[in-house]
Ligand binder design. Structure first.
Ligand SMILES: Nc1nc2c(ncn2[C@@H]2O[C@H](COP(=O)(O)OP(=O)(O)O)[C@@H](O)[C@H]2O)c(=O)[nH]1
Ligand SMILES: [Mg+2]
Length: 695
């Protein structure tokens, strides 16, 4: 494979709702461009981009994949991303790395949450955008409905360029509004030119062809002052002007072209391939990215092959056999094999060995890659979001702002002894997926794995099994309940065993009272040496140990003050151990009398949802014993609800929010404080804690 010049490279990210046809579109493009010998199918598990065994088994994409091919001397790098929200990490990597986000919209199901999410992220990252209406062959397809939806949802930048001509509810031909030509397709996706639709056909379509041409002209006029003048004078644009106008408009984000295709019949695929080279910006046309130099200053890094080399790792894959694969976008300069670069984050020298182009899982070695190209290298240490550059001037590009984990499960080895395999596996998975996190909860002594949803964690455990050979059990995380007291009491604790031989004797009077402290507050008010000083630490230690288990459900006790006020000792039989035991006896009796209660953790919640869901979510929070603290209007018809909610009620909140907002909502939560558990829940909580302890 050749090294392509920067202006011959097009980086395209396929994003959009799950099932809208991204992977199939990549497959159709590869086939039509002659990069593959046959057209793979999702149903057969034979596509280039969904090659992972889990993807094949489930028939949907789990992570981003790269397929590079050339077409008419243009290097096209396609990043196919997952549409499911659980695997949004893949979409983030893909959209960050690509220059144009191509958003697929199914002609039968139209605009969905996944469409909006892809558009929003592309917009936020200032990528150029294009809509591809897929499945145009489907009997329930309705292109013009979808076009109206796109215009309503995304506004006047939406600009159709390839549209179907419908006759008797069937597609008759496709009109390329740039060329002003119509084509019919045979069942192999080969086009033959045909007559432009007559006005009576055009009349029957919801959009008249002349109206669509008018819309393109208007959009093109907006891109340039001279063109605007020409437009107002009523002159027609030349084909070249239209192409240049759309090209510029896409790059500036003021035109989002819409095309239609079928990845099954291949209709429209050849036109789309052609539009890539005409309309899509190359990496050097994009706004110059800014990086941060070592001294904290911002530096612009133009995408120029002759500049010093820098590259950004946007994805890493942990393979137990090959090792680490690092997907990189060359940001500037020319990346060559067998070179040395500095990792701007770690300061380490990274030895770049071989570099590859990928087509799904197939690797082709190349010797160098120009600025703007997307390649893969193996066996370097760099992680996702890190920048590699020359040692003379260290710079780093901003990190990918991945969605934060919001759904947690406790992780346990199914077989004892597998713990270290699991922790190695998790470490690797966390490196490749920054939307996963892992922590040891000290209060419950559980290993907690967090991610974006049920499926996400399920796939993570499947990978630990298949890649690292250990079976993992997931369970709902325990809630870190605590216990405390509400009354002041004075109790006696006496440990006395003085029958035969060396006896044991410890005797204390202790006052217990509530206080504001997580740890035990211990004081002594002993008069006349009733308990000798050298036993005080033993009494304190005895209480600290006892406090690990409360008297209600055996949860740790907090907010406890103990004052040693009296006691007695025996000159021979007393010992530290005897006083420790005496203290624990006093503790057991004292806490029972001191009106013990359970405490539950409360979280601070911020949930952002579409306005129309506020009623539902408020009701749900109420059901979950939440207290709404405030509501704030946000951009784009979204509302933030702030509330205080008990941890116990929130485990499946991520699933609830996804379902009720169709994936548009998001939330974050953090521990706030402990509060008394309502007494009606006490029996249930005691039972659940004891059940957990019995395991
Ligand atoms: N009829 C028809 N079905 C399609 C087309 N493109 C994709 N599909 C089907 O739609 C389903 C989802 O496609 P897939 O490419 O996995 O969508 P993704 O989740 O966006 O990657 C699969 O069953 C495909 O066979 C198309 O152009 N026409
Ligand atoms: Mg897919």
């Amino acid at each position: 494979m050749n090294t392509f010049e920067t202006d011959k490279i097009k980086n395209i990210t396929l994003a959009g709702h799950s099932g809208s046809g991204k992977t199939s579109l990549a497959e159709a493009l590869l086939y039509k461009a002659g990069a593959t010998a046959r057209l793979g199918k999702i149903a057969d598990g034979t596509t280039v981009c969904d090659y992972d065994p889990e993807e094949i088994k489930r028939s949907y994409s789990l992570s981003s994949s790269l397929a590079s091919f050339s077409y008419n001397d243009i290097q096209i790098n396609i990043l196919d991303t997952p549409g499911l929200f659980d695997f949004a990490g893949g979409m983030y990597e893909g959209i960050y790395a690509g220059d144009t986000t191509m958003i697929t919209v199914s002609a039968k199901s139209g605009v969905k949450t996944g469409t909006k999410k892809a558009y929003e992220l592309a917009e936020k990252l200032k990528k150029s955008k294009m809509f591809v209406v897929t499945k145009i062959d489907d009997e329930n397809a309705n292109f013009y409905n979808v076009l109206t939806e796109l215009k309503t949802e995304f506004g006047p930048t939406v600009c159709p360029v390839i549209v179907p001509v419908i006759k008797d509810r069937k597609i008759d031909s496709f009109v390329n509004l740039i060329e002003m030509k119509a084509y019919k397709y045979d069942d192999k996706g080969n086009a033959t030119e045909t007559d432009m639709p007559t006005s009576d056909i055009s009349e029957k379509m919801e959009y008249r062809i002349d109206g669509l041409i008018g819309a393109i002209s208007e959009a093109v006029a907006e891109t340039d002052e001279e063109l605007m003048e020409k437009f107002f004078e009523g002159e027609e644009f030349t084909k070249k002007e239209i192409i240049q106008g759309i090209h510029k408009g896409m790059n500036d984000g003021i035109i989002t072209p819409v095309v239609c295709v079928s990845s099954t019949t291949l209709a429209g695929i050849d036109m789309l391939l052609k539009e890539f080279s005409l309309l899509l910006p190359s990496p050097s046309e994009r706004p110059t990215p800014t990086a941060t130099a070592n001294d904290g200053s911002a530096v612009e890094i133009p995408c120029d092959s002759s500049a010093p080399v820098s590259s950004f790792v946007f994805k890493t894959v942990a393979d137990p056999f090959v090792g680490k694969m690092s997907f990189m976008k060359v940001m500037s300069g020319t990346l060559t094999s067998d070179s040395e670069l500095t990792n701007a984050t770690t300061g380490q020298i990274e030895k770049i060995g071989k570099i590859y182009k990928l087509m799904g899982k197939k690797q082709t070695e190349i010797s160098s890659a120009s600025a703007g190209d997307i390649v893969v290298t193996t066996k370097i240490n760099a992680n996702t979001s890190e920048t590699l550059c020359g040692s003379k001037k260290i710079i780093s590009f901003s990190k990918i702002d991945f969605p934060k984990p919001c759904y947690s499960m406790a992780v346990k080895a199914k077989t004892q002894g597998d713990e270290s395999k699991i922790s190695t596996g998790l470490k690797r998975l966390l490196e490749e997926d920054l939307t996963l996190s892992y922590a040891h909860n000290l209060s419950t002594n559980e290993q907690i794995l967090s991610g974006l949803g049920e499926q996400h964690l399920e796939i993570a455990t499947t990978k630990i099994k298949t890649k690292f050979g250990a079976s993992v059990e997931l369970s709902v995380p325990k809630v870190a309940y605590k216990e405390t007291i509400r009354k002041k009491v004075k109790v006696e604790g006496k440990h006395k065993k003085q029958t035969g031989g060396h006896g044991q004797y410890g005797h204390v009077w202790i006052e217990f009272e509530p206080c504001v402290s997580e740890e035990l507050v211990f004081e002594e008010k002993i008069f006349g040496g009733a308990v000798p000083k050298n036993y005080f630490p033993a009494v304190e230690k005895g209480l600290q140990e006892a406090m690990q288990k409360g008297v209600l459900a055996g949860c740790p006790v907090t907010g406890l003050k103990a004052i040693l006020v009296d006691g007695s000792y025996h000159p021979v039989d007393s010992s530290e151990m005897a006083f420790k035991i005496a203290a624990s006896l006093a503790y057991k009796e004292g806490l029972k009398q001191a009106d013990p209660i359970m405490l539950e953790p409360i979280e601070n919640l911020s949930v952002i949802i579409p306005d129309e869901n506020t009623g539902d979510v408020m009701g749900e929070l109420n059901k979950r014993r939440g207290r709404v603290i405030g509501m704030n209007p946000m951009e784009k018809n979204m509302t933030e609800i702030c509330a205080e909610v008990p941890t116990r009620e929130m485990h499946d909140f991520a699933m609830y929010i996804r379902q009720v907002t169709k994936g548009m909502g998001s939330f974050s939560m953090e521990f706030l404080r402990y509060e008394p558990l309502p007494s009606n829940l006490l029996p249930e909580v005691i039972a659940s804690v004891n059940e957990g302890a019995a395991e």
